[in-house]
Design a protein around this ligand. Structure first.
Ligand code: ADP
Ligand code: MG
Length: 441
């Protein structure tokens, strides 16, 4: 079977990529839906997984193997870790021809908070089935905020409620890959037939087709055919439809004609809620482990980039604590996660903050620092002061000096004002989270 996959990959990838990346792989075994490969280096493993993973999965499944996941290992590093055990029960086999769904991504495991409540409500509504309400449902938001999770949750729920429904979930990349394969193998009829016969089509990370002209064209036709046939479409992307690069106008406008909802950056409460719900799962897995008060709060505070990083940190923490057989204390957390914490702790300068904030509000840096007191400049200035106070270790007088020599009481007033506004104005709260995230990356 691997030989057949190899042949298919060779023609799909071309000789060069094939001999650099695929030939070094040594197929070892297929257990519980996980295909295991030996690779010479971790780098090759990671590269292959990121760039060719979907194709390898696709070909293996095409040949009747039920493979949900690929695992690449360097032969000398094959000791199983607690972490590998914890994650190996991820995906479940999937009938039909979509990408596999992660069985953990359900509505039950999705924690709802202010930043995602709209997206969640819309997803719920669509998952209830019945007459098509919003078409398409377009979910967008930054990396790791739960788009894929929500899409899988919709698919699970629809299948539970109406097992006869033909629900097809796949990434835009897989859509393109199948389209190109169909073209090459002269199987466009099959392709069209497949995509035109679904009841619900979900395409994840649609920003991927930006700049891919023929794929866009085909996507557009598929989209229209399904909408005309009253079939539900659900799309996700990392940004709003209008902001996807190199996407045809007619597609942008099509994508906007249903309901567009965004997942906002997480806030502290949501992060804490997610951690608490994950800890419940881990506590069942590692009943012997204790977690000290304050650890979750600490993590929710310090890791604000995205949920995937947050989850990864927790997984590591539990694996580590179970290896050393100790309670999860703040000290242990800091030891075990020092690299993650350092990364999310990147030193930010007042100047960077000023630059980002003025970009964000579309004003000139000189106006932010300058003397003008009109609100257009004053508000961003206060936001920058607030972030400078929060994200750097500069004192109020030092911050004042960097804002055109302002007095420390001015800075203090600005910081206070934003603190008040943050509680009242969700737009400001969102802007702050967004800026903070951008600055940390
Ligand atoms: P995206 O597709 O937006 O990049 P994912 O849906 O893959 O993000 O989410 C990344 C990880 O974070 C997943 O493991 C997912 O389960 C988890 N996650 C994200 N948001 C939530 C949430 N609100 N509740 C529980 N888990 C979440
Ligand atoms: Mg995703």
């Amino acid at each position: 079977i691997w030989a057949t996959v190899l042949a298919a990959l060779k023609s799909a990838l071309g000789k060069n990529s094939f001999s650099s990346w695929i030939e070094p792989l040594e197929f070892k075994e297929l257990v519980d839906g996980v295909a295991v490969f030996d690779v010479p280096t971790n780098f090759i493993g990671n590269y292959v997984s990121q760039n060719f993973g979907d194709q390898i999965l696709y070909h293996m499944n095409n040949l009747g193997q039920e493979v949900q996941r690929l695992q690449f290992r360097v032969p000398s590093q094959t000791r199983p870790t607690a972490k590998a055990k914890a994650t190996s029960k991820a995906a479940e086999p999937e009938a039909g021809s979509g990408a596999p769904l992660d069985s953990r991504f359900t509505f039950d495991t999705f924690v709802v908070g202010k930043p995602n409540e709209l997206a969640h409500a819309a997803a719920r509504r669509v998952a209830e089935g019945g007459p098509v309400t919003f078409n398409p449902l377009f979910l967008y938001g930054g990396v790791g905020l739960g788009k894929t999770h929500l899409m899988h949750a919709i698919a699970h729920e629809l299948k539970l409620r109406s097992p006869e429904l033909n629900v097809l979930y796949l990434s835009a990349e897989q859509f393109m890959y199948r389209f190109i394969t169909a073209l090459r193998e002269r199987k466009m009829m099959d392709f069209k037939q497949l995509f035109r016969s679904v009841d619900v089509l979900m395409v994840d990370d649609v920003q991927f087709i930006g700049g891919k002209d023929s794929t866009q064209e085909e996507f557009f036709h598929t989209f229209n055919a399904l909408v005309d046939g009253q079939k539900q479409i659900i799309i996700s992307a990392d940004r709003a439809p209008g902001e996807i690069k190199d996407l045809e106008e007619r597609i942008k406008s099509r994508l906007q004609c249903g309901l567009v909802v965004d997942l906002h950056p997480t806030d502290y409460e949501l992060r804490l809620g997610i951690l608490q719900s994950k800890v419940e799962v881990y506590s069942a897995q590692y009943p012997e482990l204790q977690i000290a008060d304050g650890v979750l709060e600490f993590l929710a505070h310090r890791i604000s980039t995205n949920v995937r990083v947050l989850e990864g940190a927790l997984t590591r923490l539990f694996a580590f604590a179970s290896l050393v057989g100790r309670e999860i204390t703040l000290d242990l957390t800091q030891d075990c996660l020092s690299d993650v914490l350092k990364a999310s702790d990147r030193k930010v300068t007042v100047e960077e903050i000023q630059r980002k904030v003025s970009e964000h509000y579309n004003i000139r840096l000189s106006d932010m620092i300058g003397p003008k007191r009109v609100r257009n400049y004053a508000r961003p200035r206060q936001i920058a002061m607030y972030l400078a106070k929060q994200m750097t270790s500069r004192s109020l007088p030092e911050i004042g000096r960097r804002f055109g020599g302002r007095d420390h009481t001015t800075v203090m007033h600005g910081v206070k004002r934003i603190e008040e506004l943050k509680a009242l104005d969700s737009q400001i709260a969102d802007d702050l989270e967004l800026l903070r995230r951008a600055l940390q990356e």
